[in-house]
Design a protein around this ligand. Structure first.
Ligand SMILES: CC(C)(COP(=O)(O)OP(=O)(O)OC[C@H]1O[C@@H](n2cnc3c(N)ncnc32)[C@H](O)[C@@H]1OP(=O)(O)O)[C@@H](O)C(=O)NCCC(=O)NCCS
Length: 182
């Protein structure tokens, strides 16, 4: 099936946002390698196996987003609905290529994902953030603020949850309930 365009009715890009021409879609199988490339190039995200990104594009495209500039991927979100808590979608990774940052693209992707999932009953967004990730913290705070939602923070994963202390702690952000903007 052809990828469906996703766009938010709640946050239209303004004239100053040079990403206004960037199209948002559900990823397709062919996007797997580019999602992996963007995660690697972020130099911040955990870089999972190429296989996992391609698998994600096959099985979780409805809860994920890819942004394309003139057809070329320049940002993505991978997410899923929590099996044990179906009112909640989890945003696993968000990345925007360096030359597309600071122009509202991550917010557009978050809004489009929420606008797609909230009408289906998934009214809470969760994500984990490392305490030193200023950009990620600001991105989720911006989303919660503009959606008029609470953003609750609580510790989730500590050093003991990762091998050899090789990972920073992760704080759970829980945002919602998100109202249906449509
Ligand atoms: C986090 C990231 C996705 C943000 O992408 P972006 O397209 O530049 O973000 P936006 O332009 O949509 O900005 C969203 C909000 O975050 C703020 N923000 C973005 N980058 C910021 C930074 N480096 N410092 C402070 N605030 C920042 C913006 O000001 C905006 O807030 P506002 O609405 O209050 O003005 C991007 O920096 C990135 O890919 N980082 C590496 C990967 C990563 O850390 N991902 C998140 C963890 S999963």
């Amino acid at each position: 099936m052809a990828a469906q365009p996703l766009e938010s009715p709640t946050r239209r890009p303004d004239a100053n946002e040079t990403n206004a021409d960037v199209q948002l879609q559900e990823p397709s199988l062919a996007d797997g390698p580019e999602l992996w490339r963007m995660a690697r190039d972020s130099r911040v995200l955990d870089v999972n196996s190429p296989y996992s990104y391609t698998l994600w594009c096959r099985d979780f495209s409805e809860t994920s987003v890819v942004a394309r500039d003139a057809g070329a991927p320049c940002g993505f979100i991978t997410g899923y609905v929590r099996p044990s808590r179906p009112d909640t979608f989890f945003v696993w990774q968000v990345a925007v290529d360096h030359d597309h940052r600071g122009q509202g693209l991550a917010r557009r992707m978050l809004d489009s994902l929420a606008d797609r999932l909230v009408p289906r009953g998934h009214r809470f967004l969760e994500a984990t953030v490392t305490p030193d990730n200023t950009a990620s913290t600001a991105m989720f705070a911006s989303f919660a603020r503009d959606r008029g939602c609470e953003l609750a923070r609580s510790p989730l994963f500590g050093a003991e949850h990762f091998p050899d202390g090789g990972h920073e702690p992760e704080v759970l952000f829980r945002i919602g309930p998100i109202t249906d903007a449509n």
